[in-house]
Write a protein that binds this ligand. Structure first.
Ligand code: HEC
Length: 478
């Protein structure tokens, strides 16, 4: 395949990378990982586990798991593959299951036998929901299993030590609890998470997670045993007085937080020097922002020193990343999922794409775009003169869509909505306080809320008066 001319090039400081599609027509490849057989193993959200030969492009379905319940963000999700001490290849997956009205997340192990997976063994089953099920599974360099679970859309779970939701769980590969866990009776290894979507070990054995915030504060965390990462008491860095009062003892700040949110997803540590600009960084795929982000770590792996953004909006949503032992990078798109971006899916979606050094310059050359101010929340929200449409696109369009038409069954249309076109008080109240899956936007300034409120009342055929800043302040005072 390498002989084929690259479909596009990616220009770094000095390296030139070529992009090649190595698999197309997939149905939301949720996890891609490099197997001990030098194949790319991938899950699809519908319940399939397959292997892909990255040089010939040949795909082989290993198993279709009938117990998978696919709905919105639920389905077959994370996977880890590795050889265990018996020298057999094992695969660990987690998926959503539904029986009558009871939804759960299952962690299941299989053994590879020829071209199929056998000996299904349920290691753990925990409460699930229609969203916030996490999750990723990784094997540590020492051969332990780490499972990043979601809070199952129940705020109380993440700070409740007795609940296995909103946690990093640590298990032996047979599902038993390691004696050196923080509590030897419990798989809980770290707590205080909302909905993690990326999990990766560095070359020196540090563990990092990416996590979706609510309306603000997507996060990258460096995970430590018994660490408490704050959700739902603290979002991102501790900034408000209320957060200072309620933050749990010993709570850990993130390495990085993003407001407006970008929906960080799969993440892979890059330790190779094949692409020297990326050595010792975290490669992060994003859904809402539709980009590959390169987060350079310091030598100790304790801080993110720089952030670069690549391929923004070029391939659509990027769900996962894997790296070959030679240092080639593979991306999986997620444009056939429940919430595609405008203009997607394209006919070839979903795809697995390889990025590797290639001196042949293609007609299309991408390079890094600025990530905005890397110093997080405060800097990005305090803009002097916000453009109303820009703020709408940053905070609202991922759900209600740039054209205000929403997503039937999930997110109501704002175009011709009686609430948007009616009494401003009811609209302001909803924006400040949120409602069920609609986040609260109290953290935005009066100026920003006035801009957004006025924008949605006068766009897409809506034709109502503006909402003023004093009206918003009055609502806040009530
Ligand atoms: C994470 C997805 C999400 C984001 C982001 C989001 N909303 Fe919503 N919004 C929802 C959902 C879900 C509802 C329906 C809530 C309900 O009634 O249960 C909703 C309802 C609404 C409604 C009421 C519509 C109607 O006709 O009932 C308005 C108005 C609205 N949102 C405006 C906004 C604005 C403005 C923003 C950005 C500041 C925003 N939303 C951001 C998910 C979202």
């Amino acid at each position: 395949m390498a002989e084929k001319a690259p479909e596009a090039s990616l220009q770094l400081d000095s390296s030139l990378l070529g992009m090649q599609t190595i698999a197309a027509g997939l149905d939301v490849p949720w996890e891609i990982c490099w197997g001990p057989d030098d194949r790319i193993w991938f899950t699809e959200q519908n319940g399939s586990i397959s292997r892909l030969d990255p040089t010939t492009g040949e795909k082989k379905l290993l198993l279709r798991i009938p117990e998978v319940w696919r709905h919105r963000s639920a389905g077959l999700l994370g996977m880890a593959v590795g050889k265990l001490i018996d020298n057999q290849v094992y695969v660990f997956v987690d998926f959503t299951h539904r029986h009558d009205s009871v939804i759960t997340s299952r962690l299941v192990r299989y053994r590879l036998d020829g071209d199929t997976l056998v000996e299904a063994r349920l290691l753990l089953e925990i409460p699930g929901n229609t969203g916030h099920n996490g999750s990723r599974v990784v094997l540590s360099p020492g051969g332990l299993l780490y499972w990043a679970t979601g809070d199952a859309a129940n705020l109380a779970n993440a700070q409740n030590r007795a609940s296995l939701n909103g946690k990093i769980l640590r298990l032996h590969t047979d599902g038993s609890i390691p004696a050196d866990n923080p509590d030897p009776q419990s798989p809980v290894w770290a707590m205080g998470f909302r909905n993690m979507q990326g999990l990766t070990f560095s070359a020196t054995g540090r563990l990092y997670a990416s996590e979706h915030g609510d309306a603000t504060d997507d996060e990258i965390n460096l995970l430590l045993p018994a660490g408490n990462y704050g959700w739902p008491l603290v979002e991102g860095f501790t900034h408000t007085d209320k957060e200072k009062q309620v933050q749990p003892a010993g709570s850990m700040p993130p390495l990085k937080a993003w407001t407006p949110t970008i929906a960080p997803a799969g993440m892979e540590y890059y330790g190779s020097d094949l692409i020297p600009e990326w050595t010792n960084s975290l490669l992060l795929g994003t859904l809402k922002d539709q980009s590959l982000r390169v987060l350079q770590l310091d030598a100790r792996g304790e801080q993110i020193s720089t952030e670069q953004v690549f391929l923004e909006k070029a391939l659509g949503r990027i769900r996962d990343i894997c790296v070959s032992p030679q240092g080639e990078v593979f991306l999986a798109t997620s444009n056939r999922d429940w919430n595609p971006a405008p203009g997607f899916p394209k006919p070839q979606d979903d795809r697995i794409i390889r990025l590797a050094p290639d001196q042949r310059r293609a007609a299309t050359v991408y390079s890094a775009t600025a990530p905005g101010d890397p110093t997080t929340a405060q800097a990005t929200t305090a803009q002097a003169n916000p453009n109303p449409e820009t703020i709408y696109n940053q905070y609202c369009a991922s759900c209600h869509k740039p054209d205000g038409r929403g997503l039937p069954g999930s997110f109501p249309a704002l175009k011709a909505s009686p609430l948007v076109n009616g009494d401003p008080q009811a609209l302001i109240h909803l924006l400040l306080k949120g409602k069920k899956q609609m986040p609260a936007f109290e953290f935005l300034s009066n100026q920003e809320l006035s801009a957004i409120g006025s924008f949605i009342r006068s766009s897409w055929g809506n034709n109502q008066t503006a909402i003023t800043e004093p009206t918003i302040q009055l609502s806040r005072n009530k």
